[in-house]
Structure formats: structure tokens, C-alpha cells
Design a binder for this molecule. Structure first.
Ligand code: RP5
Length: 164
């Protein structure tokens, strides 16, 4: 894999989503996966959203991570336009604690799936993107295996300490 290639597009409805979505960027960086990150609002910039989703594949992106809060239409609308896999990140809101975001992202109609992670769990979105890319890129598969191995070792170490 040419690791410098930008394979993942991270988009969010507002700059207020950045503290959450940056966790996706962080884990992709750890895996050495090229990504881009920007703001694309389904409601405030609908044409920008349409253009982004429409051109994503020809620009070389292979997975899109889309985060939004409240009436979180961005992931679903992007999934409707692109043929790339879309991972949705429900961003926690102050009014309804993110349940609104979760339900509006996860409850997609048949035919247009959005792979939805837990509320605010952009880290898992990044890991899931790596899994998807790992089908094609053995180097990424290896990084996921190493990552899981390290997690396992850490838990076992903590368990041993607790048991002693
Ligand atoms: C959504 O509305 C954004 O994804 C954000 O989570 C929420 C609030 O946006 P701001 O009012 O903070 O810009 O579109």
C-alpha cells in the first residue's frame, strides 16, 4: 500500500463535532492510514455535502467516516449519494444526550446502510475503517492484529496484577 494515499474521508456537521471526530483521526494516524478531515454540513452546506459525496470515490477515498449530532442527517445522506462504505458517528448533544444523533444515524431505510458506532466513539469508527481497508491492504490487517494483541496483553497484565 502507498501509505501516503488518502483513503479515509472524515467529515463532520460542525466544528463543534471536532473534539469527538479527532479520535478517528488519531487512531488512523496510529495505523499509518492516510486521511483527510473537514466540515460538511447536510443542512448548512447541502451542495458541499452533495459534491463531497459524489466525488469521494473518484478522488481515491475508500471509506467515509461521518459524524454529526442532533438531527444527524449527514452520514445517511452521504451514504445515499456515494457507493463507498459510510461509518456514522453519533455526536452527543446537550438536549438529548446523543440519543437523537444515534437514532437518526442508525435507523436507515433498507438499501442504504450506515455502519453506526456508539455515541461519541469516533475511535471505533477509525478502527472499523481500518478493518474495511484491511480486506484490501495486508499491511493494515497486520496493524489491526498487532493492535488487538497489544490490547489483549494489557488486559491480561492488569488481570494478573489484580489477582496477585
Ligand atoms: C449538527 O448540529 C452538527 O453535527 C452538530 O453536532 C450540531 C450542532 O452544530 P453547531 O450548532 O454546534 O454548529 O449539524
Amino acid at each position: 500500500m502507498e501509505s501516503k494515499n488518502v483513503l479515509v474521508g472524515i467529515i463532520m456537521g460542525s466544528d463543534s463535532d471536532l473534539p469527538v471526530l479527532k479520535d478517528a483521526a488519531k487512531i488512523l494516524e496510529e495505523f499509518g492510514i492516510g486521511f483527510e478531515i473537514t466540515i460538511v454540513s447536510a443542512h448548512r452546506t447541502p451542495q458541499r455535502m452533495f459534491d463531497y459525496a459524489k466525488k469521494a470515490e473518484e478522488r481515491g477515498l475508500e471509506v467515509i467516516i461521518a459524524g454529526a449530532g442532533g438531527a444527524a442527517h449527514l452520514p445517511g445522506m452521504v451514504a445515499a449519494i456515494t457507493n463507498l462504505p459510510v461509518i456514522g458517528v453519533p455526536v452527543k448533544t446537550s438536549a438529548l444526550n446523543g440519543l437523537d444523533s444515534l437514532l437518526s444515524i442508525v435507523q436507515m431505510p433498507g438499501g442504504i446502510p450506515v455502519a453506526t458506532v456508539a455515541i461519541n466513539n469516533a475511535k471505533n469508527a477509525g478502527i472499523l475503517a481500518a478493518h474495511i481497508l484491511g480486506i484490501k491492504y495486508p499491511e493494515i490487517r497486520k496493524k489491526i492484529a498487532d493492535y488487538k494483541q497489544a490490547m489483549k496483553a494489557e488486559v491480561e497484565k492488569k488481570a494478573e496484577k489484580l489477582e496477585s
